[in-house]
Design a protein around this ligand. Structure first.
Ligand SMILES: *[C@@H]1O[C@H](CO)[C@@H](O)[C@H](O)[C@H]1NC(C)=O
Ligand SMILES: *[C@@H]1O[C@H](CO)[C@@H](O)[C@H](O)[C@H]1NC(C)=O
Ligand SMILES: *[C@@H]1O[C@H](CO)[C@@H](O)[C@H](O)[C@H]1NC(C)=O
Length: 270
């Protein structure tokens, strides 16, 4: 499972203080805790201290997938450069999370040296998710947002973009933005959109993606709104097993000989 699961939870405390959620939503988020049976595993809001881990999770999960191999054509030659560009961008996003967005991480206790001390625990972030509430009347900007167009746009922002093929990048960005506008932004009612979900490949198969999803599905139930997402082929089986319905198959055309990419627009009505 995992890889780039979407183009695009119990958490609380530090982030909710700074994010200034609308009070009703804040209340819902706080009521809405998921308890994991293993006390070495935690789900909580992302903080800036998680940046290194989050960057590594994203790159290790997404880089092997067809989209990144296509758009970041030179990523293998410029691994450190790519890591630093993404880290810088994610840092900016984490410092400026809008009040309709949640970024959650799952962390595990770790004995390895090199892991961070969080509070008084040593831990490592191994799965991340970002959620956004979209209301039909609101203005949308996919810049600086934790979703695929945002990541593509911003990762290519390092001035030299050594790792990217910008012709491909801009073409993919144009097509994915159009798909998100059509299926997500233009939906005539409020939705909770899963904009990003990734598990580090070493931790695949433990159900962490499902834990993240359950957080959002519960939240959506309390808010009485659907959950929507644009999933990759790698993520599709997970969403399907959780009861998401496939609504539309989105094809992203590639330039040259590479096979076209596909994504599935999916929806869950609690
Ligand atoms: C959330 O942010 C938007 C745009 O920045 C602002 O217009 C709105 O008033 C904020 N809502 C709350 C409840 O803080
Ligand atoms: C979406 O379309 C692609 C390409 O035609 C196909 O291979 C894939 O199975 C479809 N996905 C789903 C979930 O039906
Ligand atoms: C970028 O991708 C396009 C389309 O596949 C290709 O024609 C072009 O040669 C690539 N550019 C570089 C610098 O590799």
């Amino acid at each position: 499972m995992a890889r780039l699961l979407t183009l695009t939870i119990m958490l609380l405390i530090s982030c909710y203080q700074t994010w200034a959620l609308p009070s009703q939503q804040q209340q819902q988020a706080q009521n809405h805790q998921i308890y994991l049976s293993d006390s070495n595993i935690h789900i909580r809001p992302a903080t800036e201290a998680d940046l290194d881990d989050i960057t590594t999770v994203m790159i290790d999960a997404f880089a092997p997938g067809p989209l990144w191999r296509y758009a970041f054509q030179y990523q293998n030659q410029f691994k450190e450069y790519q890591w630093n560009c993404l880290r810088e961008d994610l840092g900016e996003q984490l410092r400026n999370i809008p009040n309709n967005t949640w970024a959650n991480v799952i962390s595990v206790a770790s004995q390895n040296s090199g892991t961070r001390i969080q509070g008084n625990r040593q831990e490592r972030v191994i799965a991340i998710a970002a959620w956004k509430i979209f209301e039909p009347s609101a203005e949308h900007s996919d810049r600086g947002s934790m979703d695929l167009p945002g990541v593509l746009h911003n990762s290519a922002k390092c001035s030299d973009h050594l790792d990217a093929n910008m012709t491909r990048m801009l073409d993919v960005e144009r097509q994915t933005s159009a798909a998100i506008k059509r299926y997500v932004y233009d939906l005539p009612h409020t939705q909770l959109y899963l904009s990003l979900l990734a598990t580090h490949p070493e931790w695949d198969g433990h159900g962490f993606g499902a834990v993240h999803c359950h957080w959002g599905m519960e939240m959506a139930k309390e808010m009485n709104v659907p959950v929507t997402l644009i999933g990759t082929p790698a993520g599709w089986p997970l969403y399907d097993s959780l009861g998401f319905k496939s609504v539309a198959n989105i094809t992203i055309k590639t330039l040259g000989k590479m096979e076209d990419l596909w994504y599935e627009y999916m929806r869950y009505d609690p």
